[in-house]
Design a protein around this ligand. Structure first.
Ligand code: PLP
Ligand code: SF4
Length: 345
């Protein structure tokens, strides 16, 4: 028998996941993998592999189980696994790779906002993420000094209030959707009260890595915010996009959120035109437009993920040849001190 469900009246119908998945997203988060032994055992990968880095105290392994479930068992080169598995390559020091490759530390104002570009400010709402991506510049970032405490929070709001040239606020981190409903919606309501703010943008990898966090309560709250809302998700590979991710995007879309995606070009993971084409097409089938393809930020410990700029341009030429223009992301690099992202192609 087929179940028919009225999503507006049936309380079981949360984010289109029926009760069979009755864990809260907080439980899912708490039960994620946090060490190499467990994940290798689950994926049938030999722990004798000498390339792995058993522990990293400053940037530990962290990944939700539902993301790991999309990996291929027994394949140490799985493109999703490679994004989260600590390897000894991280100990290689390479020239040009540093702890603050994009100049964020210098751009932080006293009020705790990062104001690098005209008209847009970025708020570090939390230093945590649901997943630790090995290539991320966040691995070396001194978050405890910068994230919004209750005291800094009001300072940041005041800063935005006093600068009528700011029209867009970007909630970033870490991952802003790790905040609970009260905190994230409360912050958005404060921003909503500022007349010169036109848009509120969320930068989050959570719809991809922990789609259960896109709850009905969150979407309901978002749908009531009277500003233009944009969510920039972060998916690097089509294998990341499954039916749960699709449901999360559908729910966000119903809440009137414009959906975009940014990806990072990563050696051995998505530096392949067929993969990038598939990513763009699959995102679009889920209502998401490709926005940026980033060249790697040169954070210490990430050199093994870097592709050359020439290779990136060649890949972009393949994308342009094979996709409609609106499915081709902009290839960009973030340069310390620049007034915007630098468009390469
Ligand atoms: C990337 C970024 C933005 C947003 O740039 P867009 O080109 O508008 O997407 C804003 N502030 C900071 C600090 C950034 O790093
Ligand atoms: S900020 Fe984004 S890329 Fe970096 S660890 Fe968090 S989710 Fe991954």
């Amino acid at each position: 028998m087929e179940l028919t469900i009225d999503r507006n009246s049936d309380p079981r119908y949360i984010g289109k996941n029926l009760l069979q998945n009755s864990k809260t997203w907080q439980q899912e988060l708490a039960e994620g993998f946090n060490n190499i032994d467990d994940i290798c055992e689950y994926l049938n990968i030999s722990q004798a592999d000498k390339t792995l880095l058993p522990s990293s105290s400053t940037f530990p392994l962290r990944v939700p189980r539902e993301f790991v479930a999309r990996m291929e068992k027994g394949n140490i080169n799985d493109p999703l696994l490679k994004q989260i598995l600590p390897t000894k390559n991280e100990n290689i020091s390479a020239s040009g790779f540093s702890n603050d490759p994009v100049g964020d530390i210098n751009a932080i104002t006293e009020a705790g906002v990062i104001h690098k570009y005209q008209g847009r400010v970025l708020l570090i709402t939390t230093g945590s993420c649901a997943i630790n991506c090995r290539y991320c510049f966040r691995r070396n970032f001194p978050y405890s000094d910068f994230q919004l405490s209750t005291k800094k929070h009001q300072k940041a709001i005041n800063y935005i209030q006093n600068r009528s040239d700011i029209s867009e606020v970007i909630l970033s981190g870490g991952d802003p959707l790790l905040l609970n409903e009260q905190k994230i919606l409360g912050l958005m309501q404060q921003l909503q009260a500022i007349p010169h703010i036109k848009r509120i943008r969320i930068h989050s990898r959570i719809p991809i890595v922990l789609p259960s966090r896109i709850t009905a309560e969150l979407c309901n709250g978002l749908s009531k915010i009277k500003k233009e809302l944009v969510l920039v998700a972060h998916s690097n590979h089509a294998n990341e996009l499954n039916s749960k991710v699709r449901s999360a995007f559908e729910d966000l879309k119903e809440a009137n959120v414009t959906l975009l995606n940014q990806a990072v070009l990563l050696k051995g993971i998505n530096d392949d035109s067929q993969q990038l084409i598939e990513l763009s097409e699959k995102l679009f089938s889920m209502g998401v437009l490709p926005y940026y393809l980033h060249l790697l930020d040169r954070a210490a410990g990430t050199a093994h993920f870097e592709t050359s700029e020439n290779q990136a341009i060649a890949l972009m030429n393949q994308l342009k040849k094979n996709l409609p223009g609106y499915l081709v992301p902009k290839l960009v690099r973030e340069q310390a001190g620049a007034e915007s992202k630098t468009i390469i192609a």
